[in-house]
Design a binder for this molecule. Sequence first.
Ligand SMILES: [Zn+2]
Ligand SMILES: [Zn+2]
Length: 719
Amino acid sequence: MAIETVREKVMVLCHLNGYIKYGADGVYYEGSILKKITIMRKTALSRLLDRLYQLFGLDKQKSEFKIFGKYPVDVSPDLFTYVHFPVLNDSSLETMLEVPRNHPSVNNLEFYLEAQPTSDAVVVPVTCSSPLESPDSSSKRQRITQQEIVDNNSGSAGILVKVVNSGALKPCLLPRLWIDDDHDMHLGLCFKDRDELKKAVDWWCIRRRRNCIVRETEKEMYTFECVRWKCKWSLRAARMEEHGLVEITKYTGPHTCSHEYPNDFESEFAADEIERVVRIQPTLSIAELKKWWKEKTGYELQTSKMRDGKLEVIKRVFGDEDQSFRVMPKLISAFHSSNGLLVDWQYDLFPNPDFASFRGVFWSFSQSIEGFQHCRPLIVVDTKSLNGKYQLKLMIASGVDAANKFFPLAFAVTKEVSTDSWRWFFTKIREKVTQRKDLCLISSPLRDIVAVVNEPGSLWQEPWAHHKFCLNHLRSQFLGVFRDYNLESLVEQAGSTNQKEEFDSYMNDIKEKNPEAWKWLDQIPRHKWALAHDSGLRYGIIEIDREALFAVCRGFPYCTVAMTGGVMLMFDELRSSFDKSLSSIYSSLNRGVVYTEPFMDKLEEFMTDSIPYVITQLERDSFKVSESSEKEEWIVQLNVSTCTCRKFQSYKFPCLHALAVFEKLKINPLQYVDECYTVEQYCKTYAATFSPVPDVAAWPEDCRVPTLFPPSQQLSPNT
Ligand SMILES: [Zn+2]
Ligand SMILES: [Zn+2]
């Protein structure tokens, strides 16, 4: 049929030697020579190459092509992103030529072609010496017939070589192997190797009276930065697998920093020194860095200065959002080998399974897992957005320690928060972090979470766990539906009171004011959100204090995304919180204190509070406690550790009324304090120690994780 015949032919746009760029739709090409050919869907690579030599007028003996295709990868049923797909043989060519059939919306194929001299041809060197002065320069000129080498400034040694097309139609074989000293650096410039790049950049800097330093941040990845602290000029280059050259991949310019001698020389010196060390050992803690500084210089450096200095370096070295995805597996495996980190990756493989786009990474430190065994059986989970280009999400699971502080347990960074990512997060916690039964899980009443918790086989429903909602999250959900702050405030009061009668009265208020709102609330089981209906599973924790919960992740907003930098700073926070928690409790231990603040504060309140309670025994274990002035009374039931104020059972330590009973009966109240509030448990929680993480150079490769690229982004229909 006619239609079939048309489909047998494929139109291909060929880009020769331009720049490979990445945009919202994935890879695209710019600044290249563009030609169009039509080929049959079943074409051998050798046949295509013949056509290409012909098309671009190149000599098969002197140059060779590397071919890449723009290959669509599905992001969702009707959206895709383009990846750079190497065409190496007949079968990869066929894969590309099948694209229009598989993606009806793709009419034309696009190929990116790199024409390079064959191995026996001579590459025009970009060096500091003019090839005109070198002994064999004339032979070079003869062999590269299509080009003319122009000496830009023959008067001085060490000028850059400029390669200029001699004829407008003849393509330049090596258009990206030179650097124009009249212009700023730019992306996509390529060099034969590091030395060539370094010489070119050095010279370019010398001409501008600036100095820069280069570091190999990873194998074959180079970062050039100005020696002036605070100057933002930087350039990154890496050897690219696709063409084997060292290419400028990131450039922050132009270089306009002041030539003046720095005023604050000493602090610049400190900053430079800190930078030197942090680059090599980015996981050194502030305390370790301060110690190192003291040993080196003999004087103390302020903690804030050290912290700022370290942060600045982390931002510089690990602040690149795109690179972050490639560096993260190395950092994670360094944590794994040094500190027993437990980890799980999620990614979407590219057609070439050595590469993938990032979907998520879950991790938990073994020290936290050990410590959690000594915390009350309660886990809080929440999520927050990280800033930055990829709008990644951070998920956190945290326990609560004996002093009622959050004890971070597990984390994940994901490209999105969905039913799938919550299922993954919850499953990994059960697999890697804790198998404890009877856990109280406190979360937002988000539909995704509720769905996952209630899925068949979930280990987050009874008897494994009791799912409760955070009152804060519930209130904001309520507000989103009813948009009434007065009602919302009633919800808050209903949820946080310990008294069932008060709960009922607030609910009645809500019902009178807005029956729909009452209905909305009433369909949520009360024991999931109201303290008055909680049997003590939540230890009185009715809301998630998000600021405190995410305190361990303070580093993230500073580094805009920089997942890698953020995780590094988080490691710092976690480790120093272990140190601080333990050292803070030592003084208590020395003073013989056995219980932590929540209970000790209550005891203090009781002892300083001179309310005269009247105690009447009702039954063997049952006492009436009344406060004559207030005309209020409570019933304390000792055998079941309850009081009608419900605080005794909620917090799992005696309320004021129970303490009054104990005092009257000369009973030691400590036997009624839950073990989770003891200093002993607190010490055990923070007992594990962290090991030093090796230098960046010694970070192991994680061979189980493919090379990761940023997550594929879903485009909004407007763009
Ligand atoms: Zn500078
Ligand atoms: Zn009470």
